[in-house]
Design a protein around this ligand. Structure first.
Ligand code: NAD
Length: 297
């Protein structure tokens, strides 16, 4: 078997087109355009790339945005005071603090200082908690994007065994919660969550009907670790040295694409899989924030 490709670039474009139309309708009905405030601390080159992609997407769909660049010497108190001002500013609908932060800043404290009603990344404990108990919330963009891909390609999850490799708060854990949901339209899978302390990873991955890999380890998953027909979502984005490329590196996922695609029924490529969906879902969340759809007050 050679896998069919889950084309995240295409589905992300469709999602952005839909958001663009909704933003247009929102503005035509007399509302101001949604506004996303990005906060970028320090000079992380990868963060610059991600923020660039997010602001380009905002422009495309008609969301206004600004990137506040702060020095990596900023204190926790100063950063939290800045976020407080944005929380109190009615013209700001969404606040996104690009991670990772410099080591002296606690991402937990910074995320918690954001008003959860403006937390378009869906990282605030209020949103994560509501997601966990099945209440409306901002959903973390990458997991929400994965669910959207399953919907688009009519890939069933009900009754399947979904194995998630990686247990981070922004990808592994929330996607495991969404896939495991018992009520509503989505989820209904049985989930196993693996992490760096998991003994014998293959014992788990080989039994997966759906395998989500978000470990940040290039080539972690090889063809012999999965069963025939598995649906594979490779979330990893890793820079590996590549002299044939002008930049000196290539982007690869966490799966050995060539061997895994021979056994999978569906697979996401890297790049062009989950990454564009993450950005598209951020656009959706920002519009929801502007409309106060999730938290009316
Ligand atoms: P993280 O470092 O916060 O968490 C990694 C998780 O993987 C941890 O739970 C860790 O225990 C687990 N892990 C590490 N090595 C492992 C191993 N050998 N076996 C099993 N589990 C192992 O990372 P993150 O923020 O969740 O990101 C994971 C990857 O996904 C990274 O490559 C990141 O760049 C990428 N990412 C992509 C998107 C996107 O939009 N495509 C979004 C977020 C993160």
């Amino acid at each position: 078997m050679s896998a069919k490709i889950i084309d995240g670039k295409k589905v992300a474009q469709l999602t952005r087109d839909e958001v663009k139309k909704d933003v247009n309708d929102w503005v035509e009905s007399g509302n101001r355009a949604p506004f996303l405030q990005v906060v970028l601390v320090g000079n992380n080159p990868a963060s610059d790339v991600y923020v660039g992609a997010k602001t380009r997407a905002c422009k495309e769909v008609g969301i206004e945005t600004d990137t506040m660049r702060l020095p990596d010497t900023i204190s926790a108190k100063e950063l939290e005071a800045t976020i407080q001002e944005l929380n109190n500013d009615d013209s700001v609908d969404g606040i996104l603090v690009q991670l990772p932060l410099p080591n002296h800043l606690s991402s937990h404290n910074v995320i918690e200082s954001i008003d959860y009603r403006k937390d378009v990344d869906g990282f605030h404990p209020m949103n994560v908690g509501r997601l966990t108990v099945g209440q409306p919330s901002f959903r973390s963009c990458t997991p929400a994007g994965i669910i959207e891909l399953f919907k688009h390609y009519s890939i069933p999850t009900k009754g399947k065994h979904a194995v998630v490799v990686g247990a981070s708060n922004i990808v592994g854990r929330p996607i495991s919660i969404l896939l495991n949901k018992e009520k509503g339209e989505e989820g209904k899978a049985t989930t196993t969550v693996c992490h760096k302390f998991t003994k014998d990873l293959t014992q788990h991955t080989i039994s997966a009907d759906i395998l989500i890999v978000a470990a940040g380890q290039p080539n972690l998953i090889k063809g012999e670790m999965v069963k025939e027909g598995v649906v594979v979502v490779d979330v990893g984005i890793n820079r590996v040295a590549d002299e044939t490329k002008e930049k000196g590196y290539s982007l690869v996922g966490d799966c050995d694409f060539e061997s895994v695609k021979e056994k999978a029924s569906w697979i996401t490529p890297v790049p062009g899989g989950v990454g564009p969906m993450t950005v598209a879902m951020l656009m959706k969340n920002t519009l929801l924030a502007a409309k106060k759809s999730i938290y009316p007050q």
